[in-house]
Design a protein around this ligand. Structure first.
Ligand code: ATP
Ligand code: MG
Length: 551
Protein backbone atom coordinates (compact mmCIF):
# COMPACT_ATOMS: atom_id res chain seq x y z
CA UNK A 1 0.00 0.00 0.00
CA UNK A 2 1.18 3.49 -0.70
CA UNK A 3 2.12 5.87 2.02
CA UNK A 4 -0.05 8.82 2.99
CA UNK A 5 2.45 11.37 1.67
CA UNK A 6 2.39 10.57 -1.98
CA UNK A 7 4.85 12.09 -4.38
CA UNK A 8 3.41 14.15 -7.21
CA UNK A 9 2.33 12.31 -10.32
CA UNK A 10 3.69 13.47 -13.67
CA UNK A 11 0.73 15.72 -14.45
CA UNK A 12 0.89 17.31 -11.00
CA UNK A 13 4.57 17.96 -11.60
CA UNK A 14 3.84 19.70 -14.88
CA UNK A 15 1.19 21.83 -13.20
CA UNK A 16 3.41 22.71 -10.28
CA UNK A 17 6.09 23.87 -12.71
CA UNK A 18 3.59 25.85 -14.74
CA UNK A 19 2.40 27.62 -11.60
CA UNK A 20 5.82 28.29 -10.13
CA UNK A 21 7.21 29.56 -13.43
CA UNK A 22 4.30 31.97 -13.64
CA UNK A 23 3.00 30.46 -16.89
CA UNK A 24 -0.41 30.32 -15.23
CA UNK A 25 -1.71 31.84 -12.03
CA UNK A 26 -4.41 29.20 -11.72
CA UNK A 27 -5.46 26.18 -13.72
CA UNK A 28 -8.59 25.14 -15.56
CA UNK A 29 -9.39 21.54 -16.49
CA UNK A 30 -12.45 19.94 -18.03
CA UNK A 31 -14.14 16.58 -17.98
CA UNK A 32 -15.47 16.01 -21.52
CA UNK A 33 -17.77 12.97 -21.75
CA UNK A 34 -19.55 12.07 -24.92
CA UNK A 35 -23.18 11.57 -23.84
CA UNK A 36 -23.51 8.19 -25.54
CA UNK A 37 -23.64 5.98 -22.46
CA UNK A 38 -23.35 5.88 -18.69
CA UNK A 39 -20.08 6.67 -16.94
CA UNK A 40 -17.89 3.76 -15.88
CA UNK A 41 -14.91 3.29 -13.57
CA UNK A 42 -12.50 4.57 -16.23
CA UNK A 43 -14.43 7.81 -16.29
CA UNK A 44 -14.34 7.91 -12.49
CA UNK A 45 -10.57 7.84 -12.74
CA UNK A 46 -10.58 10.73 -15.20
CA UNK A 47 -13.09 12.67 -13.06
CA UNK A 48 -11.01 12.21 -9.91
CA UNK A 49 -7.93 13.31 -11.82
CA UNK A 50 -9.42 16.41 -13.43
CA UNK A 51 -11.40 17.61 -10.42
CA UNK A 52 -8.69 16.49 -8.01
CA UNK A 53 -6.09 18.65 -9.77
CA UNK A 54 -8.11 21.83 -9.51
CA UNK A 55 -8.92 21.08 -5.87
CA UNK A 56 -5.27 20.50 -5.08
CA UNK A 57 -3.95 23.44 -7.07
CA UNK A 58 -5.93 26.59 -7.54
CA UNK A 59 -8.55 26.50 -10.24
CA UNK A 60 -11.74 24.94 -11.46
CA UNK A 61 -13.09 22.20 -13.70
CA UNK A 62 -15.75 22.46 -16.36
CA UNK A 63 -18.13 19.73 -17.36
CA UNK A 64 -18.29 19.73 -21.13
CA UNK A 65 -20.51 17.38 -23.05
CA UNK A 66 -18.73 16.43 -26.20
CA UNK A 67 -21.89 16.22 -28.25
CA UNK A 68 -20.58 16.90 -31.73
CA UNK A 69 -21.82 13.57 -33.08
CA UNK A 70 -25.56 14.11 -33.58
CA UNK A 71 -26.64 10.49 -33.91
CA UNK A 72 -25.80 8.79 -30.65
CA UNK A 73 -26.36 11.38 -27.96
CA UNK A 74 -29.32 11.29 -25.64
CA UNK A 75 -30.61 13.42 -22.83
CA UNK A 76 -30.91 10.37 -20.58
CA UNK A 77 -27.14 10.04 -20.74
CA UNK A 78 -26.58 13.73 -20.02
CA UNK A 79 -28.71 13.46 -16.89
CA UNK A 80 -27.04 10.29 -15.65
CA UNK A 81 -23.56 11.75 -16.19
CA UNK A 82 -24.40 14.80 -14.09
CA UNK A 83 -25.91 12.65 -11.34
CA UNK A 84 -22.83 10.41 -11.25
CA UNK A 85 -20.32 13.27 -11.02
CA UNK A 86 -22.30 14.89 -8.20
CA UNK A 87 -22.59 11.59 -6.39
CA UNK A 88 -18.84 11.10 -6.64
CA UNK A 89 -18.58 14.35 -4.71
CA UNK A 90 -17.40 16.82 -7.35
CA UNK A 91 -18.80 20.16 -8.45
CA UNK A 92 -18.15 21.60 -11.86
CA UNK A 93 -17.79 25.31 -12.40
CA UNK A 94 -19.61 25.51 -15.75
CA UNK A 95 -21.77 23.10 -17.66
CA UNK A 96 -21.01 23.42 -21.35
CA UNK A 97 -21.84 21.59 -24.53
CA UNK A 98 -19.53 21.44 -27.51
CA UNK A 99 -22.69 22.02 -29.56
CA UNK A 100 -22.96 25.46 -27.93
CA UNK A 101 -19.87 26.31 -29.94
CA UNK A 102 -21.17 25.25 -33.34
CA UNK A 103 -21.48 28.85 -34.53
CA UNK A 104 -18.04 29.71 -33.28
CA UNK A 105 -16.55 26.57 -34.78
CA UNK A 106 -18.15 27.44 -38.11
CA UNK A 107 -16.48 30.86 -37.94
CA UNK A 108 -13.17 29.21 -37.14
CA UNK A 109 -13.55 27.04 -40.23
CA UNK A 110 -14.28 30.11 -42.31
CA UNK A 111 -11.19 31.78 -40.85
CA UNK A 112 -9.07 28.81 -41.92
CA UNK A 113 -10.53 28.97 -45.43
CA UNK A 114 -9.75 32.67 -45.56
CA UNK A 115 -6.14 31.90 -44.69
CA UNK A 116 -6.15 29.32 -47.47
CA UNK A 117 -5.65 26.64 -44.82
CA UNK A 118 -8.83 24.67 -45.54
CA UNK A 119 -10.63 23.50 -48.66
CA UNK A 120 -13.78 21.72 -49.72
CA UNK A 121 -13.10 18.29 -51.14
CA UNK A 122 -15.65 16.53 -53.39
CA UNK A 123 -13.87 13.19 -53.29
CA UNK A 124 -15.56 10.15 -51.82
CA UNK A 125 -14.40 8.79 -48.48
CA UNK A 126 -12.77 5.88 -50.35
CA UNK A 127 -10.87 8.19 -52.69
CA UNK A 128 -9.69 10.32 -49.78
CA UNK A 129 -8.49 7.22 -47.95
CA UNK A 130 -6.57 6.00 -51.02
CA UNK A 131 -4.95 9.39 -51.56
CA UNK A 132 -3.94 9.59 -47.94
CA UNK A 133 -1.13 7.08 -48.48
CA UNK A 134 0.28 4.90 -45.73
CA UNK A 135 2.83 5.43 -43.00
CA UNK A 136 5.50 4.35 -45.48
CA UNK A 137 4.05 6.04 -48.55
CA UNK A 138 3.34 9.75 -48.81
CA UNK A 139 -0.14 10.85 -49.78
CA UNK A 140 -1.16 12.65 -52.92
CA UNK A 141 -2.95 15.96 -53.19
CA UNK A 142 -6.64 15.92 -53.86
CA UNK A 143 -7.55 17.46 -57.20
CA UNK A 144 -9.73 19.88 -55.23
CA UNK A 145 -6.89 21.06 -53.01
CA UNK A 146 -6.20 24.23 -54.95
CA UNK A 147 -9.66 25.65 -55.08
CA UNK A 148 -9.72 29.41 -54.56
CA UNK A 149 -10.62 30.90 -51.22
CA UNK A 150 -13.76 32.40 -52.76
CA UNK A 151 -14.89 29.08 -54.17
CA UNK A 152 -14.22 27.30 -50.89
CA UNK A 153 -16.21 29.90 -48.99
CA UNK A 154 -19.11 29.51 -51.38
CA UNK A 155 -19.06 25.71 -51.23
CA UNK A 156 -18.73 25.58 -47.46
CA UNK A 157 -21.70 27.90 -47.08
CA UNK A 158 -23.63 25.73 -49.52
CA UNK A 159 -22.75 22.69 -47.41
CA UNK A 160 -24.13 24.49 -44.40
CA UNK A 161 -27.24 25.51 -46.32
CA UNK A 162 -28.05 21.87 -46.99
CA UNK A 163 -27.37 21.80 -50.74
CA UNK A 164 -25.54 18.50 -50.56
CA UNK A 165 -26.22 15.02 -49.37
CA UNK A 166 -24.29 13.21 -46.63
CA UNK A 167 -20.78 12.38 -47.81
CA UNK A 168 -20.95 14.50 -50.96
CA UNK A 169 -18.39 16.98 -49.72
CA UNK A 170 -16.11 17.52 -46.74
CA UNK A 171 -14.02 20.37 -45.46
CA UNK A 172 -10.36 19.51 -44.98
CA UNK A 173 -7.51 21.37 -43.33
CA UNK A 174 -4.73 22.09 -45.81
CA UNK A 175 -1.62 20.89 -44.03
CA UNK A 176 0.79 18.42 -45.59
CA UNK A 177 -0.01 15.26 -47.56
CA UNK A 178 3.54 14.03 -46.92
CA UNK A 179 3.48 14.49 -43.14
CA UNK A 180 4.83 11.55 -41.12
CA UNK A 181 1.88 11.90 -38.80
CA UNK A 182 -1.01 10.55 -40.86
CA UNK A 183 -3.46 12.78 -38.99
CA UNK A 184 -1.69 15.81 -40.46
CA UNK A 185 -2.38 14.71 -44.03
CA UNK A 186 -5.18 17.18 -44.66
CA UNK A 187 -7.56 15.87 -41.99
CA UNK A 188 -11.30 16.22 -42.49
CA UNK A 189 -12.63 18.90 -40.17
CA UNK A 190 -16.31 19.14 -41.20
CA UNK A 191 -18.67 16.58 -42.64
CA UNK A 192 -22.22 16.70 -43.90
CA UNK A 193 -24.74 14.84 -41.79
CA UNK A 194 -28.44 15.46 -42.14
CA UNK A 195 -29.34 14.43 -38.63
CA UNK A 196 -31.30 15.81 -35.74
CA UNK A 197 -29.15 16.93 -32.82
CA UNK A 198 -30.34 16.61 -29.20
CA UNK A 199 -29.67 20.29 -28.54
CA UNK A 200 -29.39 22.16 -31.83
CA UNK A 201 -32.25 20.31 -33.46
CA UNK A 202 -32.21 20.66 -37.24
CA UNK A 203 -30.24 23.88 -37.35
CA UNK A 204 -27.13 22.17 -38.67
CA UNK A 205 -26.48 19.61 -41.35
CA UNK A 206 -22.72 19.95 -41.12
CA UNK A 207 -20.88 18.86 -37.99
CA UNK A 208 -17.26 19.39 -36.90
CA UNK A 209 -15.03 16.36 -36.48
CA UNK A 210 -13.57 15.56 -33.04
CA UNK A 211 -10.24 17.19 -33.89
CA UNK A 212 -11.90 20.39 -34.98
CA UNK A 213 -14.07 20.63 -31.90
CA UNK A 214 -12.15 19.39 -28.93
CA UNK A 215 -9.10 21.65 -28.90
CA UNK A 216 -11.20 24.62 -30.02
CA UNK A 217 -13.67 24.03 -27.19
CA UNK A 218 -10.75 23.80 -24.77
CA UNK A 219 -9.47 27.07 -26.11
CA UNK A 220 -12.85 28.82 -25.93
CA UNK A 221 -13.07 27.82 -22.26
CA UNK A 222 -9.44 28.81 -21.53
CA UNK A 223 -8.61 25.30 -20.42
CA UNK A 224 -4.97 25.27 -19.33
CA UNK A 225 -4.43 21.51 -19.04
CA UNK A 226 -6.53 19.35 -21.31
CA UNK A 227 -6.07 15.78 -20.14
CA UNK A 228 -7.01 12.82 -22.28
CA UNK A 229 -6.04 9.20 -22.78
CA UNK A 230 -2.98 7.89 -24.61
CA UNK A 231 -4.65 7.16 -27.94
CA UNK A 232 -4.82 10.91 -28.48
CA UNK A 233 -1.04 11.37 -28.52
CA UNK A 234 -0.95 11.50 -32.35
CA UNK A 235 -3.74 14.09 -32.26
CA UNK A 236 -1.66 16.53 -30.25
CA UNK A 237 0.20 17.84 -33.29
CA UNK A 238 -3.08 18.69 -35.00
CA UNK A 239 -4.46 20.12 -31.76
CA UNK A 240 -1.50 22.51 -31.60
CA UNK A 241 -1.55 23.31 -35.33
CA UNK A 242 -5.19 24.37 -35.29
CA UNK A 243 -4.75 26.53 -32.20
CA UNK A 244 -1.72 28.19 -33.71
CA UNK A 245 -3.30 28.86 -37.10
CA UNK A 246 -6.54 30.11 -35.60
CA UNK A 247 -4.55 32.28 -33.18
CA UNK A 248 -6.75 31.36 -30.26
CA UNK A 249 -6.07 30.68 -26.57
CA UNK A 250 -3.28 28.10 -26.31
CA UNK A 251 -4.66 25.17 -24.35
CA UNK A 252 -2.32 22.19 -24.04
CA UNK A 253 -3.06 18.51 -24.23
CA UNK A 254 -1.58 15.92 -21.86
CA UNK A 255 -2.14 12.19 -21.97
CA UNK A 256 -2.45 9.45 -19.37
CA UNK A 257 -3.16 5.74 -19.64
CA UNK A 258 -6.72 4.48 -19.89
CA UNK A 259 -7.77 2.55 -16.80
CA UNK A 260 -9.08 -0.97 -17.15
CA UNK A 261 -10.35 -3.36 -14.49
CA UNK A 262 -10.07 -7.12 -14.57
CA UNK A 263 -13.13 -9.37 -15.00
CA UNK A 264 -15.06 -6.67 -16.83
CA UNK A 265 -15.27 -4.62 -19.99
CA UNK A 266 -15.08 -0.88 -19.87
CA UNK A 267 -16.00 0.61 -23.17
CA UNK A 268 -19.42 2.17 -23.48
CA UNK A 269 -19.93 0.40 -26.78
CA UNK A 270 -19.53 -3.00 -25.13
CA UNK A 271 -21.51 -2.04 -22.04
CA UNK A 272 -24.34 -0.94 -24.32
CA UNK A 273 -24.31 -4.40 -25.93
CA UNK A 274 -24.55 -6.04 -22.51
CA UNK A 275 -27.63 -3.93 -21.87
CA UNK A 276 -29.24 -4.30 -25.31
CA UNK A 277 -28.61 -8.01 -25.60
CA UNK A 278 -30.06 -8.70 -22.17
CA UNK A 279 -26.97 -9.93 -20.35
CA UNK A 280 -27.77 -7.45 -17.61
CA UNK A 281 -30.94 -5.65 -16.61
CA UNK A 282 -29.68 -2.16 -17.44
CA UNK A 283 -26.80 0.28 -17.20
CA UNK A 284 -27.16 0.26 -13.43
CA UNK A 285 -27.36 -3.51 -13.02
CA UNK A 286 -25.15 -3.95 -9.95
CA UNK A 287 -22.78 -6.22 -11.88
CA UNK A 288 -21.87 -3.47 -14.35
CA UNK A 289 -18.66 -1.42 -13.92
CA UNK A 290 -20.66 1.78 -14.23
CA UNK A 291 -20.81 4.40 -11.50
CA UNK A 292 -24.60 4.08 -11.33
CA UNK A 293 -24.28 0.31 -10.85
CA UNK A 294 -21.78 0.77 -8.05
CA UNK A 295 -24.08 3.26 -6.38
CA UNK A 296 -26.99 0.85 -6.62
CA UNK A 297 -24.86 -1.95 -5.30
CA UNK A 298 -23.96 0.06 -2.23
CA UNK A 299 -20.45 1.35 -2.89
CA UNK A 300 -19.67 4.60 -1.14
CA UNK A 301 -18.36 7.46 -3.27
CA UNK A 302 -15.38 7.97 -0.97
CA UNK A 303 -14.30 4.38 -1.60
CA UNK A 304 -14.21 5.01 -5.34
CA UNK A 305 -12.25 8.23 -4.81
CA UNK A 306 -9.82 6.42 -2.54
CA UNK A 307 -9.39 3.66 -5.11
CA UNK A 308 -8.68 6.18 -7.87
CA UNK A 309 -6.18 7.93 -5.67
CA UNK A 310 -4.42 4.66 -4.81
CA UNK A 311 -4.08 3.54 -8.42
CA UNK A 312 -2.94 7.04 -9.38
CA UNK A 313 -2.21 7.69 -13.03
CA UNK A 314 0.15 5.98 -15.41
CA UNK A 315 1.76 6.50 -18.78
CA UNK A 316 1.23 2.89 -19.79
CA UNK A 317 -1.98 0.91 -20.00
CA UNK A 318 -2.48 -1.88 -17.53
CA UNK A 319 -5.31 -3.77 -15.89
CA UNK A 320 -6.13 -2.87 -12.32
CA UNK A 321 -7.29 -5.58 -9.91
CA UNK A 322 -10.92 -5.07 -8.95
CA UNK A 323 -9.91 -6.64 -5.63
CA UNK A 324 -8.28 -3.34 -4.70
CA UNK A 325 -11.53 -1.48 -5.33
CA UNK A 326 -13.38 -4.00 -3.19
CA UNK A 327 -10.76 -3.61 -0.48
CA UNK A 328 -11.41 0.16 -0.43
CA UNK A 329 -15.16 -0.47 -0.34
CA UNK A 330 -14.85 -2.87 2.62
CA UNK A 331 -12.65 -0.48 4.55
CA UNK A 332 -15.29 2.24 4.42
CA UNK A 333 -18.30 -0.03 4.89
CA UNK A 334 -16.75 -1.65 7.94
CA UNK A 335 -16.74 1.74 9.64
CA UNK A 336 -20.31 2.74 8.86
CA UNK A 337 -22.36 -0.40 8.40
CA UNK A 338 -25.10 -1.35 10.82
CA UNK A 339 -24.72 -4.97 11.87
CA UNK A 340 -27.82 -7.02 11.30
CA UNK A 341 -28.72 -10.71 11.37
CA UNK A 342 -30.21 -12.43 8.33
CA UNK A 343 -30.59 -16.16 7.86
CA UNK A 344 -30.34 -17.13 4.17
CA UNK A 345 -31.12 -20.81 4.42
CA UNK A 346 -33.10 -21.39 7.60
CA UNK A 347 -33.54 -24.36 9.87
CA UNK A 348 -35.83 -24.10 12.87
CA UNK A 349 -34.42 -24.34 16.37
CA UNK A 350 -36.65 -24.75 19.43
CA UNK A 351 -35.15 -23.76 22.72
CA UNK A 352 -37.04 -26.14 24.91
CA UNK A 353 -36.14 -24.68 28.31
CA UNK A 354 -36.78 -21.00 27.46
CA UNK A 355 -39.85 -20.10 29.50
CA UNK A 356 -40.62 -16.66 28.11
CA UNK A 357 -39.54 -14.30 25.31
CA UNK A 358 -36.72 -12.05 26.28
CA UNK A 359 -35.26 -8.85 24.87
CA UNK A 360 -31.54 -8.88 24.22
CA UNK A 361 -29.43 -5.87 23.29
CA UNK A 362 -27.01 -6.20 20.43
CA UNK A 363 -24.50 -3.60 19.31
CA UNK A 364 -25.21 -1.87 16.01
CA UNK A 365 -21.61 -1.36 15.06
CA UNK A 366 -18.58 -2.33 17.14
CA UNK A 367 -16.48 0.01 14.96
CA UNK A 368 -18.53 3.02 15.98
CA UNK A 369 -18.52 3.98 19.64
CA UNK A 370 -21.69 6.02 19.13
CA UNK A 371 -23.38 3.21 17.27
CA UNK A 372 -25.55 2.14 20.20
CA UNK A 373 -27.53 -1.06 20.63
CA UNK A 374 -30.76 -2.36 19.25
CA UNK A 375 -33.34 -4.54 20.96
CA UNK A 376 -33.83 -7.98 19.49
CA UNK A 377 -36.51 -10.37 20.63
CA UNK A 378 -35.12 -13.72 21.70
CA UNK A 379 -37.83 -16.35 21.44
CA UNK A 380 -38.43 -20.03 22.01
CA UNK A 381 -38.38 -20.63 18.28
CA UNK A 382 -35.60 -19.20 16.19
CA UNK A 383 -33.94 -19.83 12.83
CA UNK A 384 -30.30 -20.48 12.21
CA UNK A 385 -28.44 -21.28 8.99
CA UNK A 386 -28.60 -24.89 7.82
CA UNK A 387 -24.85 -24.81 7.39
CA UNK A 388 -24.35 -23.91 11.04
CA UNK A 389 -25.48 -27.40 11.97
CA UNK A 390 -23.87 -30.73 11.13
CA UNK A 391 -25.41 -33.99 12.19
CA UNK A 392 -22.10 -35.76 11.93
CA UNK A 393 -19.58 -33.01 12.53
CA UNK A 394 -16.22 -33.04 10.82
CA UNK A 395 -13.13 -32.56 12.84
CA UNK A 396 -12.75 -28.94 13.95
CA UNK A 397 -16.39 -28.15 13.25
CA UNK A 398 -17.15 -25.85 16.16
CA UNK A 399 -20.71 -24.90 15.38
CA UNK A 400 -23.88 -26.76 16.31
CA UNK A 401 -23.97 -30.56 16.28
CA UNK A 402 -25.70 -33.15 18.42
CA UNK A 403 -24.46 -32.64 21.97
CA UNK A 404 -22.30 -29.69 20.84
CA UNK A 405 -22.62 -26.07 21.97
CA UNK A 406 -22.50 -22.76 20.19
CA UNK A 407 -23.18 -19.14 21.14
CA UNK A 408 -26.07 -17.27 19.60
CA UNK A 409 -24.92 -13.74 18.80
CA UNK A 410 -25.86 -11.30 21.57
CA UNK A 411 -27.81 -13.98 23.44
CA UNK A 412 -27.02 -17.35 25.03
CA UNK A 413 -25.06 -20.52 24.58
CA UNK A 414 -27.24 -23.35 23.35
CA UNK A 415 -26.69 -27.05 23.06
CA UNK A 416 -28.30 -29.37 20.53
CA UNK A 417 -30.21 -32.11 22.34
CA UNK A 418 -32.30 -33.67 19.61
CA UNK A 419 -32.54 -33.75 15.82
CA UNK A 420 -36.11 -33.97 14.51
CA UNK A 421 -36.65 -35.48 11.05
CA UNK A 422 -39.63 -35.99 8.77
CA UNK A 423 -40.58 -39.42 7.38
CA UNK A 424 -38.25 -38.88 4.43
CA UNK A 425 -35.37 -38.40 6.82
CA UNK A 426 -34.93 -34.65 6.25
CA UNK A 427 -34.03 -32.61 9.30
CA UNK A 428 -36.97 -30.34 10.12
CA UNK A 429 -36.06 -28.97 13.50
CA UNK A 430 -33.37 -28.95 16.16
CA UNK A 431 -34.36 -29.18 19.79
CA UNK A 432 -31.89 -27.30 21.92
CA UNK A 433 -31.53 -26.07 25.47
CA UNK A 434 -29.92 -22.82 26.56
CA UNK A 435 -27.63 -22.12 29.45
CA UNK A 436 -29.45 -19.53 31.53
CA UNK A 437 -26.42 -17.78 33.01
CA UNK A 438 -24.50 -17.57 29.73
CA UNK A 439 -26.03 -14.34 28.45
CA UNK A 440 -23.67 -12.23 26.32
CA UNK A 441 -22.15 -9.45 28.39
CA UNK A 442 -23.01 -11.09 31.72
CA UNK A 443 -21.88 -14.65 31.17
CA UNK A 444 -21.06 -16.42 34.45
CA UNK A 445 -21.50 -19.94 33.10
CA UNK A 446 -17.82 -20.65 32.70
CA UNK A 447 -18.66 -22.57 29.51
CA UNK A 448 -16.27 -21.89 26.66
CA UNK A 449 -17.50 -22.22 23.08
CA UNK A 450 -15.46 -21.66 19.96
CA UNK A 451 -18.17 -20.24 17.68
CA UNK A 452 -20.82 -17.57 17.60
CA UNK A 453 -23.58 -17.83 15.02
CA UNK A 454 -26.32 -15.46 13.90
CA UNK A 455 -30.00 -16.23 14.34
CA UNK A 456 -33.42 -14.70 13.77
CA UNK A 457 -36.53 -15.00 15.93
CA UNK A 458 -39.31 -17.06 14.37
CA UNK A 459 -41.79 -14.67 15.95
CA UNK A 460 -40.41 -11.31 14.88
CA UNK A 461 -38.80 -11.18 11.48
CA UNK A 462 -39.27 -10.15 7.88
CA UNK A 463 -38.82 -12.11 4.68
CA UNK A 464 -36.37 -10.55 2.29
CA UNK A 465 -34.84 -11.22 -1.10
CA UNK A 466 -31.09 -11.23 -1.36
CA UNK A 467 -29.19 -10.65 -4.61
CA UNK A 468 -25.71 -12.12 -4.49
CA UNK A 469 -23.46 -10.71 -7.19
CA UNK A 470 -20.29 -12.12 -8.55
CA UNK A 471 -17.89 -11.21 -11.37
CA UNK A 472 -19.69 -10.63 -14.66
CA UNK A 473 -16.90 -12.37 -16.59
CA UNK A 474 -14.94 -15.53 -15.92
CA UNK A 475 -11.67 -14.30 -17.38
CA UNK A 476 -9.43 -11.64 -15.98
CA UNK A 477 -8.49 -9.92 -19.22
CA UNK A 478 -11.78 -9.86 -21.13
CA UNK A 479 -10.57 -7.62 -23.94
CA UNK A 480 -7.50 -9.78 -24.39
CA UNK A 481 -9.41 -13.07 -24.31
CA UNK A 482 -10.07 -14.96 -27.50
CA UNK A 483 -13.33 -14.56 -29.37
CA UNK A 484 -16.38 -12.50 -28.58
CA UNK A 485 -16.57 -11.08 -25.09
CA UNK A 486 -20.03 -12.64 -24.62
CA UNK A 487 -18.39 -16.08 -24.58
CA UNK A 488 -16.59 -15.27 -21.38
CA UNK A 489 -19.53 -14.32 -19.22
CA UNK A 490 -19.89 -15.85 -15.79
CA UNK A 491 -23.25 -17.62 -15.79
CA UNK A 492 -23.34 -17.50 -11.98
CA UNK A 493 -22.89 -13.76 -11.68
CA UNK A 494 -26.28 -13.38 -10.01
CA UNK A 495 -27.68 -15.71 -7.42
CA UNK A 496 -31.03 -14.85 -5.89
CA UNK A 497 -31.96 -15.98 -2.40
CA UNK A 498 -35.68 -15.37 -2.48
CA UNK A 499 -36.69 -16.34 1.03
CA UNK A 500 -34.14 -15.19 3.51
CA UNK A 501 -35.33 -14.30 7.00
CA UNK A 502 -34.15 -11.03 8.45
CA UNK A 503 -34.40 -9.58 11.93
CA UNK A 504 -37.18 -7.10 12.43
CA UNK A 505 -34.91 -4.02 12.50
CA UNK A 506 -34.46 -4.41 8.75
CA UNK A 507 -38.10 -3.54 8.07
CA UNK A 508 -36.83 0.04 8.50
CA UNK A 509 -34.02 -0.44 5.98
CA UNK A 510 -33.43 2.58 3.75
CA UNK A 511 -31.14 3.92 1.08
CA UNK A 512 -29.11 6.02 3.51
CA UNK A 513 -27.87 3.17 5.67
CA UNK A 514 -25.36 0.44 4.86
CA UNK A 515 -25.59 -2.97 6.45
CA UNK A 516 -23.32 -5.77 7.35
CA UNK A 517 -25.28 -8.99 7.61
CA UNK A 518 -23.28 -10.84 10.21
CA UNK A 519 -20.96 -13.44 8.71
CA UNK A 520 -22.53 -12.80 5.29
CA UNK A 521 -21.14 -9.63 3.82
CA UNK A 522 -22.09 -6.02 3.21
CA UNK A 523 -25.54 -5.25 1.86
CA UNK A 524 -27.52 -2.32 0.56
CA UNK A 525 -31.23 -1.93 -0.07
CA UNK A 526 -32.01 -2.15 -3.77
CA UNK A 527 -33.69 0.89 -5.26
CA UNK A 528 -36.52 -1.27 -6.61
CA UNK A 529 -37.30 -2.56 -3.14
CA UNK A 530 -40.80 -1.94 -1.75
CA UNK A 531 -42.26 -2.14 1.76
CA UNK A 532 -43.90 -5.44 0.79
CA UNK A 533 -40.82 -6.85 -0.81
CA UNK A 534 -37.48 -5.90 0.62
CA UNK A 535 -34.56 -6.60 -1.71
CA UNK A 536 -30.93 -6.35 -0.67
CA UNK A 537 -27.90 -6.28 -2.93
CA UNK A 538 -24.68 -7.75 -1.72
CA UNK A 539 -22.24 -4.89 -2.08
CA UNK A 540 -19.17 -6.95 -1.34
CA UNK A 541 -18.27 -10.07 0.58
CA UNK A 542 -16.63 -9.84 4.00
CA UNK A 543 -13.40 -11.24 2.65
CA UNK A 544 -11.87 -11.75 -0.74
CA UNK A 545 -13.33 -15.19 -1.43
CA UNK A 546 -12.92 -14.91 -5.20
CA UNK A 547 -9.14 -14.68 -5.10
CA UNK A 548 -8.98 -17.71 -2.85
CA UNK A 549 -11.34 -19.84 -4.90
CA UNK A 550 -9.71 -19.01 -8.20
CA UNK A 551 -6.02 -19.13 -7.50
P1 ATP B 1 -15.53 4.67 -24.07
O1 ATP B 1 -14.52 3.99 -24.94
O2 ATP B 1 -15.90 3.90 -22.87
O3 ATP B 1 -16.71 5.16 -24.83
P2 ATP B 1 -14.51 7.27 -24.23
O4 ATP B 1 -13.10 7.66 -24.03
O5 ATP B 1 -15.04 7.27 -25.60
O6 ATP B 1 -14.75 5.90 -23.51
P3 ATP B 1 -15.68 9.70 -23.37
O7 ATP B 1 -17.06 9.96 -22.95
O8 ATP B 1 -15.24 10.26 -24.65
O9 ATP B 1 -15.47 8.14 -23.35
O10 ATP B 1 -14.66 10.07 -22.22
C1 ATP B 1 -14.73 11.17 -21.35
C2 ATP B 1 -13.40 11.28 -20.66
O11 ATP B 1 -13.15 10.13 -19.88
C3 ATP B 1 -12.27 11.39 -21.66
O12 ATP B 1 -11.39 12.43 -21.24
C4 ATP B 1 -11.62 10.05 -21.61
O13 ATP B 1 -10.27 10.16 -21.88
C5 ATP B 1 -11.90 9.58 -20.17
N1 ATP B 1 -11.94 8.12 -20.10
C6 ATP B 1 -12.78 7.30 -20.75
N2 ATP B 1 -12.52 6.02 -20.48
C7 ATP B 1 -11.47 6.01 -19.63
C8 ATP B 1 -10.71 5.00 -18.98
N3 ATP B 1 -10.98 3.69 -19.16
N4 ATP B 1 -9.71 5.37 -18.16
C9 ATP B 1 -9.44 6.68 -17.97
N5 ATP B 1 -10.10 7.68 -18.55
C10 ATP B 1 -11.10 7.37 -19.38
MG1 MG C 1 -15.71 8.23 -27.12
Amino acid sequence: MMSEEKSLNFIEEIIENDLSSGKYSSIVTRFPPEPNGYLHMGHASSICLNFGLTQKFQGYTNLRFDDTNPVTEETEYVDSIKEDIKWLGFTWKNEYYASDYFDKLFQYAVALINKDLAYVDDNTAEQIAIEKGTPTKVGIDSKYRNRSVAENLQLFNDMKAGKYADGEKVLRAKIDMAATNMLMRDPIIYRIKHAHHHRTGDKWCIYPMYDFAHGQSDSIENITHSICTLEFIPHRELYDWLIEKLEIYPSHQYEFARRNLNYTVMSKRKLLRLVNEGFVTGWDDPRMPTISAMRRRGYLPQSIREFCSRIGIAKRENIVDIGLLEFCVREDLNKVSLRRMVVFDPIKVTITNLAADEIVHIENNPEDENGGNREVLFTKEIYIEQEDFMEVPQKKYFRLAPGQMVRLKGAYIIQCDEVVKDTAGNITELKCSYIANSKSGSDTSGVAVKSTIHWVSAKENVNVQINLYDRLFKVEDVDGAEGEFQNHMNSDSLQIVSNAIAEKALTKANLQERYQFLRKGYFFLDKDSTADKLIFNRTVTLKDTWAKANK
